[in-house]
Design a protein around this ligand. Structure first.
Ligand code: NYM
Ligand code: MG
Length: 216
């Protein structure tokens, strides 16, 4: 596959237990076997000092006011923004497990009037915009079948149902242009193929747009 001059920014999103980590790993391997240079990332990045505060919050080891934790998640992306941009400009494809879509939706799913989708979007403005966001959709019943939830904050069926509704609502807002829904209820290989087809289509469209820009 011929590479476009800049790398792509690809995001995998979805509910907890949707199979994001598996599909993230497979997509990265598939792109590498096609000759792409790939950087793997995930948010929250729990290794930084901001990430460590988020980790403690998610594990219930510390309390945070809802707006504060929202801003910590956002800051955790901003601290990586320069390196994401640099990688893309160097021709490296960056594949991220969760990004600002989760950021917006999980915070808004708390149901506070003073923490709307719109409010939650504001601190994310200016972060590198993905070429594609693949939203892995599974029903909350399927999610429960996959071994239930862990012990982290947000891992309750009531919260996950609100998150799923808001992922749908987000698709009607401007960020929705970047989101493609993947039915992640099927087998791993089928989901992997669906994802690969969408990514290849996106890359072909990007190359076409670049070629056109070069001609005009
Ligand atoms: N989460 C993740 C947020 O609430 N806001 C964010 O900005 C991001 C990136 O963190 N339940 C939530 C969603 C998950 C939790 O993520 C931990 P993971 O991918 O399960 O480690
Ligand atoms: Mg999780």
């Amino acid at each position: 596959m011929c590479q476009s001059s800049r790398g792509a920014l690809i995001v995998i999103e979805g509910l907890d237990r949707a199979g994001k980590s598996t599909q993230h790993a497979r997509l990265c391997q598939n792109l590498e076997s096609q000759g792409h240079r790939v950087n793997r990332m995930r948010f929250p990045d729990r290794t930084t000092s901001i990430g460590k505060s988020i980790d403690a919050y998610l594990k219930g080891e510390s309390e945070q006011e809802d707006h504060v934790v929202h801003l910590l998640f956002s800051a955790n992306r901003w601290e990586a923004a320069t390196s994401i941009r640099a990688a893309i400009e160097e021709g490296i494809t960056v594949v991220i497990d969760r990004y600002y879509y989760s950021g917006i939706v999980y915070s808004a799913a708390k149901g506070r009037k003073d923490l709307s989708l719109q409010w939650a979007r504001e601190p994310e403005i200016g972060l590198p915009r993905p070429d594609i966001c693949l939203y892995l959709d599974i029903s909350t019943e399927e999610q429960a079948k996959r071994g239930g939830f862990g012990n982290e904050k947000y891992e309750t069926s009531a919260m996950q149902e609100r998150v799923r509704e808001l992922f749908y609502k987000l698709q009607l807002l401007p960020d929705g242009q970047d989101i493609q829904v993947i039915d992640a209820g099927g087998n791993v290989a089928g989901v992997e193929k669906d994802i690969m087809e969408r990514v290849e289509q996106m890359m072909a469209d990007t190359r076409l747009a670049e070629d056109l820009r070069n001609i005009l």
